[in-house]
Write a protein that binds this ligand. Structure first.
Ligand SMILES: Cc1cc2nc3c(=O)[nH]c(=O)nc-3n(C[C@H](O)[C@H](O)[C@H](O)COP(=O)(O)OP(=O)(O)OC[C@H]3O[C@@H](n4cnc5c(N)ncnc54)[C@H](O)[C@@H]3O)c2cc1C
Ligand SMILES: C[S@@+](CC[C@H](N)C(=O)[O-])C[C@H]1O[C@@H](n2cnc3c(N)ncnc32)[C@H](O)[C@@H]1O
Length: 600
């Protein structure tokens, strides 16, 4: 199987109708796709009444297609949304359309133009796995599951309040209406889940009945005689408990992304950071590279890093001058890394808009680039109450988390607490025992040659930084709770020598007497994955986001979204296996399996 999902094969006929050529069917009713969508799916699922009074509501859709159902739902949501409520749409698509094809289809409905423009601007990427985008002003979150329907659903864990079944006709598109798909729908349904579909084919009725749905046939749209409404079980569970307040410890990219993800959900955040001026934190570096870690194998790690990169891009692209999307050139250092890059280029996991191969020794990440951490952190923390205070303890009393300052005084109380303080996490959770410190120094200097137009990466990296070249970075063992490492000439020499591996002509012009630098500690983990999720052993409502290693600016947004989703009981943005790979208890479980105690 190719690493890249297939594209849709389509044509548009003389009447402007879009056809799926591999299925010999149209994407929506010839009569009026929008009216069909409103009747079959919105009315069919009892909307908007079904989401009234709910703090969040989850819709599952099979067949994203042009996104017309999504636009119709969004339009209704905007008109009827209760203050602060969140709508999740989780939509499966195996054959993504190009944004311009969808845009063309949407033009039939000028009344949806404003929403269409926003959706098209954040159109999903042709890459396997889960991808999440947000429209925070409307409390709308869309998670795309790109891949074959049954496989894509089987990887996820969520509870949908209703379903839109919108594959092509069952006779032409049987994979969307198979027993296995119906079994996944039932597994992923909340009690009382409702369902709408235009099809009353026998296979659909039998498939839904077999997994427990009660069916109701109603007059169909346009020339269709009938449509189906269905529900699973009795009444939906109306009780939804969401946190209103949060304590976040740490104001680096980890804590700031969590703060943003929580605030997007209307949660008031008290953020504590004892390095408010960014003198020592790793997140205080002058620049950070944003590029994907691409693996050859389709592992959960590969799926995590790809999804994290796409989510980071979606976030940075909204941050104006905090992001310079210059592209990044990944270069090979030896035959083995050249082979890896060539392999990825010949069967890429991301589409041509993301990856290009300028020559056999490099790969261009066209959408990657540089971020400016001070601007990024400022952007993310806007709206939080910031306290330049060191927290020494967090304790739970009568359902609330108390954060204690240096004198032992309680400085904040909140429903949940998130430990996101980088190397400092060792003080707040046993999980920290599995982290290791790595000192990193970045160097910068004037060079007597033209600066590269885009950053280079390959073991080491370099990037233009004002009129200088920034290059690095060292990676030396250090105590996590030790003092901040000093900038040294030895580390500058190391960085220059590493630079010689990727850009020898630039390295030759570095004058070490004029080089400056910045050193900080990275918190790393044995499996190079961050530690993300609920610390259930410590009591409900305590979460951790740490161990961001060398890629914190690329993975933080997805990690933060996992935590915010868990805290609010909302659908997780990643596949279940990915969430497990990041779970805080993974090291203890592995150690227990091997019969080993945790490290000292
Ligand atoms: C040299 C170098 C180069 C790097 N380059 C890149 C790159 O190009 N791209 C990339 O994606 N990543 C890069 N990284 C990694 C990235 O910087 C880290 O992954 C990321 O900054 C970690 O963020 P964090 O929020 O977890 O921790 P930190 O940035 O360490 O922030 C933690 C914050 O918590 C505060 N804190 C700690 N304890 C307490 C407490 N008890 N109370 C209150 N506050 C507390 C700290 O003072 C600090 O402000 C690099 C790292 C280094 C060192
Ligand atoms: C009728 S169209 C959906 C129309 C869409 N809801 C809209 O608003 O435009 C059916 C969709 O199902 C997708 N599809 C077909 N077979 C699939 C499969 N096996 N897995 C995932 N998606 C599939 C098609 O690519 C197509 O986009």
């Amino acid at each position: 199987m190719s690493r890249l999902p297939p594209l849709a094969n389509t044509h548009i006929d003389d009447s402007g109708m879009i056809h799926g050529d591999d299925f010999n069917d149209t994407y929506f009713s010839r009569e009026n796709g929008l009216d069909e969508s409103r009747l079959v799916f919105l009315q069919g699922c009892g909307l908007p009444q079904a989401w009234a009074g709910r703090s969040h509501f989850v819709i599952g859709e099979l067949g994203f297609g042009t996104g017309l159902n999504v636009l119709a739902t969004w339009d209704l949501w905007k008109k009827t949304r209760q203050d602060g409520a969140i709508l999740h749409i989780i939509t499966v698509e195996g054959f993504l359309l190009e944004a311009k094809q969808a845009k063309h289809a949407h033009e039939n409905w000028p009344e949806l133009k404003a929403l269409s423009d926003q959706l098209i601007a954040q159109w999903p990427t042709r890459a396997y796995g889960a991808q999440r985008i947000w429209f925070p002003d409307d409390g709308l979150c869309i998670t795309f599951l790109i891949g074959p329907c049954e496989d894509a659903l089987s990887r996820m864990d969520f509870a949908a309040d209703c379903w839109f079944l919108d594959g092509f006709a069952p006779s032409r598109n049987p994979q969307m209406w198979e027993e296995g798909v119906f079994a996944q729908i039932a597994r992923l349904s909340a009690p009382g889940a409702r369902l709408g579909t235009y099809s009353v084919a026998g296979v659909v009725k039998a498939g839904l009945r077999n997994v427990g749905f009660t069916l109701n046939r109603l007059p169909g749209f346009g020339s269709k005689r009938q449509r189906l409404e269905a529900h699973l079980g009795e009444e939906p569970n109306a009780i939804q408990k969401r946190p209103k307040t949060a304590i976040v410890i740490g104001g680096g990219i980890g804590g700031s992304s969590v703060a943003a993800a929580l605030m997007r959900r209307g949660i008031a955040v008290d953020l504590f950071d004892d390095d408010y001026c960014a003198r020592t934190k790793a997140s205080g570096n002058p620049v950070a590279l944003i590029m994907p870690r691409l693996d050859r194998a389709d592992t959960r790690e590969a799926r995590f890093f790809r999804a994290a990169y796409l989510m980071a891009l979606a976030n940075y692209q909204q941050m104006g001058t905090a992001f310079d999307p210059s592209g990044i050139r990944e270069v090979s250092l030896d035959a083995e890394s050249a082979e890896r890059l060539n392999n990825l280029a010949s069967d890429p996991p991301l589409p041509p808009s993301h990856l290009a191969q300028p020559d056999v020794t490099s790969l261009m990440h066209l959408q990657g680039g540089l971020v400016f951490p001070d601007l990024v952190l400022k952007h993310l923390k806007t709206g939080a109450t910031i306290h330049p205070v060191a927290i020494v303890a967090v304790e739970q009393h009568e359902g609330l988390w108390h954060a204690c300052g240096p004198n032992g005084d309680v400085v904040a109380k909140a429903d949940i607490c998130v430990i996101a303080n980088g190397p400092g996490a060792v003080a707040f959770s046993d999980v920290g025992d599995y982290m290791r410190g790595r000192a990193g120094q970045l160097s910068w200097s004037q060079v007597d040659r033209d600066l590269p137009t885009a950053p280079l990466s390959g073991g080491a990296y370099c990037a233009p930084f004002h009129d200088k070249l920034i290059f690095g970075a060292t990676f030396e063992p250090i105590d996590l709770d030790g003092p901040t490492p000093q900038v040294t000439r030895t580390a500058n020499v190391k960085n220059r020598d590493m630079l010689a591996g990727i850009a020898p002509e630039l390295a030759r012009t570095i004058d070490l007497d004029r080089a400056s630098g910045r050193a900080a500690i990275r918190a790393t983990t044995p499996d190079q994955l961050p530690i993300v999720g609920a610390l259930t052993a410590d009591g409900a409502g305590k979460f951790i986001l740490c161990g961001l290693g060398s890629r914190g600016f690329t993975t933080a947004f997805l990690n933060a979204e996992i935590i915010a989703s868990q805290a609010c009981g909302e659908p997780c943005p990643v596949e279940a296996q990915v969430a497990l790979a990041l779970a805080p208890d993974r090291f203890a479980k592995r150690a227990a399996k091997r019969g080993k105690a945790k490290p000292n």
